[in-house]
Design a protein around this ligand. Structure first.
Ligand code: AMP
Length: 179
């Protein structure tokens, strides 16, 4: 379990701004920029995200473009692991492995460099928001295509009503802030 106190969670929550109808009508966007703007809160969030995974032999932390990068990179440093980017199709320069997954409407493709993981490496996947879980599920697929092992999925925010956990069944999921 994450060792966050109720006060920690309330303080972080207070720095997340709800923006209605962004990027389209009906979506309540969780804007993390006020939290990132505050060095104490940003640092606290990174430490709390990393804490449960210390000493577990994680050698790579994966972040998804673009907001996942913001948390995954400092969590990787905190764990003494490498940082591995997963990006939208066509952005990574070297040879890639791809996964295509379903969105609410249509599909999307994510890519990872084919030499980013060695077989058997223990991987932590980090993102800012767990919504439907489609993105994180796709990343789990990429890790497994390269022979890596998904040790866990760690999220700053979980939108529980979208049941992303259901889509990630079989993978340990932890989130700091739940709605
Ligand atoms: P998912 O539906 O879990 O695949 O979420 C897709 C991506 O969209 C995640 O990387 C989230 O960062 C982002 N996302 C989805 N819903 C929201 C929301 N309400 N507020 C902020 N970001 C969101």
């Amino acid at each position: 379990m994450m060792n966050a106190t109720a006060a920690d969670i309330e303080t972080l929550k207070a720095a997340i701004r709800d923006v209605p109808d962004f990027p389209k009508p009906g979506i309540m966007f969780k804007d993390i920029t006020p939290l990132l703007n505050d060095t104490a809160l940003f640092g606290r969030a990174v430490k709390l995200l990393a804490e449960p995974y210390k000493g577990r032999g994680i050698t790579k932390v994966i972040g998804m473009e673009a907001r996942g990068f913001i948390f995954a990179a400092p969590v990787a440093l905190e764990l003494g692991a490498g940082f591995t980017p997963v990006r939208k199709k066509g952005k990574l320069p070297y040879k890639t492995v791809s996964v295509t997954y379903d969105l609410e409407y249509g599909q999307d493709t994510l890519q990872i460099h084919e030499d980013a993981l060695a077989p058997g490496e223990k991987v932590l996947i980090v993102d800012d928001v767990l919504a439907t879980g489609g993105t994180a599920r796709g990343v789990c697929g990429l890790v497994e295509k390269l022979g890596g092992k998904v040790e866990a999925v760690a999220m700053l925010i979980e939108l529980g009503f979208l049941n992303g956990r259901g889509r990630l069944s079989g993978y340990p999921v932890e989130s700091l802030i739940k709605y």
